[in-house]
Design a protein around this ligand. Sequence first.
Ligand code: NAP
Length: 319
Amino acid sequence: MRAAVVPGYGPPDRVVIVERPTPQPRRGEVLVRVAAAAVTSADARLRAGRFPQGFGILARLGVGLRGPRRAVLGAALSGTIERVGPGVVGFAVGDDVAGMSGTRMGAHAELAAVPVTSLVHKPAAVSHPEAAGVLFGGTTALYFLRDRAGIRQGQAVLVNGASGAVGSSAVQLAKLAGAEVTAVTSSRNADLVSRLGADHVVDHTSTPVTALPGPYDVVLDAVGNVSRTDGLRLLAPDGLLILAVASLLDTLRARGRVIAGPAPERAEDIAHLLELTASGRLEPLTEVLGGLDSLPEAYRRIDTGHKVGNIVVLPGVPD
Ligand SMILES: NC(=O)c1ccc[n+]([C@@H]2O[C@H](COP(=O)([O-])OP(=O)(O)OC[C@H]3O[C@@H](n4cnc5c(N)ncnc54)[C@H](OP(=O)(O)O)[C@@H]3O)[C@@H](O)[C@H]2O)c1
């Protein structure tokens, strides 16, 4: 099968397309023919070996010293089951599915082995690119806003980085929960985040997020430029600060009013996001760039820090 491989940490054009053996689905996994795979900020971090402050050595010990141990990146995907591994129930060859392959990665390839714990049947009303696109930012925003912050009707929510993968889902999920949303983005994305439901839009090129008066019940930083001290200052007395991008130190001392750490990839959350998408309540903001050969271009866009929404590639499309 054709796969996009990252042989060592480096710039976007470090990615090469090669022939690789077809992965074997292990117990509890299925082999998916990947119709669409997201290219995310997490993939870009892994490709570059660029981790939040303080995580450098720890992260490299975990994922690979000179390059990603799992050289085929990509976790959020949508496609069709080609083979079923031992112990799998509820999935069959030919089923259209969407999900996340977690630390197994491997979605930037024609075929990927995916654990069924993070896989669901794809609703027919959601296209493969939409499904692959919505999952990374969607699962993150859902976990932090609903499960950790418990956002409620009428709360004031600030989303920093509102036009990215996490932010665009966060704006929409916060609105669905009945919150009043302030979205921080640049002026070129102002109309976009308003369309997603933001009540107020702040242009970060003229107003730094830390200069906002607040107070907010929930502040979600999906950029990484809000310090713990500045973030706490923006909060109402029992408000919560969510640092989606946190240094090692901020992650270790995240408790009480500060929330940080990795978001899980759960089948029930994936199913929920796809239902919201199928019913038109969640817009996946997906851009299809092309086949696997468009990965360097996808990474270049992510590395600017100004990607809009979600980028998807279609591994089945020939170069
Ligand atoms: N904790 C977790 O489990 C978890 C999960 C997912 C992601 N993350 C982290 O969350 C971060 C965001 O991920 P993502 O995938 O959403 O990134 P992304 O899609 O690349 O986000 C890019 C967006 O950030 C906006 N932005 C850039 N500078 C900004 C600024 N100064 N103020 C406000 N907005 C700004 C850009 O808007 P403009 O072009 O308009 O500036 C752009 O639309 C990443 O660092 C990622 O590692 C953490």
